[in-house]
Design a protein around this ligand. Sequence first.
Ligand code: ADP
Ligand code: GLC
Length: 476
Amino acid sequence: MKILSAASEIYPLVKTGGLADVTGALPAALAEQGVEVTSLVPGYPAVMAALEKTAPFHAYADLFGGPAQLVRGRAHGMDIIAIDAPHLFDRPGNPYLGKDGKDWPDNAQRFAALGKAAADVAGGINPRFRADVLHCHDWQAALGPVFTRFLGGPKSVATVHNIAFQGQFPASVFAMLDLPQQAFAIDGVEYYGNVGYLKGGLATADAITTVSPTYAQEICTPEYGMGLDGLLRARRQVLRGIVNGIDTDLWDPERDPRIPARFGAKSLKQRTANKRALEARFKLEPGDGLLHGVVSRLTWQKGMDIFAASLDALVATGARLALLGAGETAIENAIFEASMRHPGRIGVIIGYDEDVSHLVQAGADTILVPSRFEPCGLTQLYGLRYGCVPLVARTGGLNDTVIDANDAALQSQVATGFQFSPVDEATLEHALSRAAECHADPKLWRGLQKRGMEQDVSWGRSAAAYAQLYRTLAKA
Ligand code: ADP
Ligand code: GLC
């Protein structure tokens, strides 16, 4: 079984969020299911630099505005086909945004190229490779199923990692796609008179998945569907939620080279050394009291505006905070100001740092994820694995992966963290107080940590679910 996975990010070559973690970890997990994955990615500078053992795969005289080559190679154990199209992808930094922080003006061309190349490669444009199923992730790759549906190709899967990002462009973009006119319609890319890349993918894919069962239900409602709920309700029979796993080799507290002290469920005491290192890194007063952690994009989705407004209350519970994140300026500023009001109690690093993200999970007592919506969320899964107790909003994948420490769950010893709902200051502050109370009882807290560490957060079960889905599609 051969799969072509198309996505705009793949860890460790290019990452802005959880999408990269998923596309980077799934190939190895699927290999164990007998599924061979080749990953198609835009040839950003970091991708081209990482490719080894390269061989030309296909040449385009013109791919949306210039000549391009598809180059096949290996990187970090993965089989990669890169779209070497300098006019579209030879730009440093963030894959979507220019230096001014705005979307590149030619993103319609850039990600049309990804969708087109996906359909071409999967369909056997080079006879040495043909995919049994094309798997496209998020709006950037979502034209893949549109091209295979209207121009021919294998069965396709479209996966929604975040329905808030849809790739909508003016109707004039349609001509450039070179699709038959009937593709500009309700069961194609037409979306309220415009061109919608994700909309097109969801209308044409043979199967739709999203990254948790709860989010699969949520996106069928107007509250979460962001305009696509009607289409998703109509296609409910082909939509399912498959919860993300994590790369348990990369995120392994017993072997993680990025943390000062390695530990397991039976050696939780070793975490103290990580806590000390975390305090030093974030310029916090040292101490054994409750230390909350955050690793997050600082955005409205993540509830970080509400969180910023609750920081005085967090400190009032006696706790401290180590926060690593970057995002919206207003939120960054509000958090930074709180750290000035509470030196030694609130430590903030504004920026993106893989190493520090591991240290937070290994040294903090909790990982806070107060998202307004969360398709899956990976940081709470890293937290579970690292004995860093998740305190999360009850939504999407957070709902599916954390068991709230209510009285019944504590009594039956199944609790793994804290959930709260709705996402507002009062409810969040109440959850912070509950966590502080539980943390004051070391035995109870250790129970939460250990049970979290016992959860199966690997890709095993979910990779099997994808493999099963591919097999069903390939047979149909
Ligand atoms: P999303 O993809 O919506 O941002 P996820 O929880 O699925 O949320 O994935 C976020 C990923 O990005 C995790 O691997 C997390 O550790 C990482 N991450 C987020 N912010 C930072 C940061 N400032 N520094 C390092 N890693 C970060
Ligand atoms: C998106 C979602 C996040 C999910 C990730 C990987 O970035 O916001 O919840 O974990 O994709 O699927």
